[in-house]
Design a protein. Structure first.
Length: 128
């Protein structure tokens, strides 16, 4: 077998492997759970040009519905853990989130977990 034939055989083998993997991926989409907590990512304003907005105003179901073709990529399920502004994130919400993550991580039916959270405000350290 000359060099060109070997390259052709390798190309066909790689193409077949990729095709088989693609067929498997299409047959079984990943199950992803999005845990939403609110914050900036869930903010809404009266118009797209308005600077003022209310954080924690949009639900995870509305966000998922706003992404065209997201269901083609994976089986997506959204859960609203909370829907507060980042400044209102509490220890209780964080514990609820941590418990739910642990519960989902133990499940054989969940392939991935995504947490949405806006930036948490912080105070600038005092200079001495």
């Amino acid at each position: 077998m000359d060099r060109l034939q070997k390259i052709h055989v390798m190309f066909v083998a790689v193409a077949l492997a990729a095709s088989a993997e693609l067929s498997y991926a299409q047959a079984k989409k990943a199950n992803v759970v999005i845990l939403a907590t609110g914050g900036t990512i869930a903010g809404a304003a009266a118009s797209g040009t308005q600077a003022a907005y209310k954080s924690g105003a949009v639900t995870i179901d509305a966000m998922i519905a706003a992404v065209p073709g997201i269901g083609d990529l994976a089986t997506i399920k959204g859960e609203q853990i909370s829907n507060v502004g980042s400044q209102d994130m509490s220890i209780d919400i964080m514990l609820k989130l941590a418990n739910r993550i642990n519960e989902l991580a133990r499940s054989n039916d969940v392939d991935g977990i995504v947490v949405t959270l806006g930036p948490t405000p912080w105070k600038k350290p005092r200079s001495s």
